[in-house]
Design a protein around this ligand. Sequence first.
Ligand code: 5RP
Length: 259
Amino acid sequence: MDWGLKNRLSRIIKPKTGKTVMLAVDHGYFLGPTSGLEEPHKTIQPLTPFADSLMLTRGVLRSSIDPAIAPPIVLRVSGGTSILSELSNEGIITSMEDAVRLNVSGVALSIFVGGEFERQTLLSLAELVDLGEKYGIPVLAVTAVGKEMARDARYLSLACRIAGELGAHLVKTYYCEDFESVVRSCPVPVVIAGGKKIDEFDALELSHKAVREGAVGVDMGRNIFQAENPLAMIQAVRAVVHEDATPQQAYDLYCSIKK
Ligand code: 5RP
């Protein structure tokens, strides 16, 4: 791995703890004005000081994030579909030159293993990795799971391993039973998505289990920005990821900040 790529990756995964709390706010790229992100800057701005990085599209980056105080950026560069169409039919929507111009620390792309356009998304990943290696920008592969796919260790191990084999530098996937085996068989670090909004305690427990079972952290969206108190939630998630807090300790922290 070349110096620039390593340097950028260490802006995302913090060397002090070897962990990361990425704030995912890229949902609009296929979901439109997702609940909680209707006016992105209002949601994102207060959370920014607590996020090790922001995962978002260039549209929201340019319009809603102050370049003078932005944390490291992981730019979503795949898309081209909406919830009204076939989701796996994604392509690359942002050039690497623009990613460089935006001074991002990483780029993210979804792969749809088992999806109708599996091949297209895997070839896009390989192409993006070639460009990432050329410009020194790490690539985060997101293992998107189609409605018909089971989110189990067998499927997620397959998807994560393929992402790693194709050269992704970091993989984002879902927590599942026997998550340890998913991490063990993936040659690169793994972060988890939070998924649909669940109870705050449960989301902290999910983060705790994922980290205990080998994830380097979370790339979490809805369970932070749709929480009753997003500012308290992101700090509680940080306590789990960076300070090894138990779910109960983190939940107590959540409640005390919320007060
Ligand atoms: C979809 C994505 C997201 O849009 C997002 O990052 C998911 O985060 P969360 O599930 O925590 O809301 O990656 O594949």
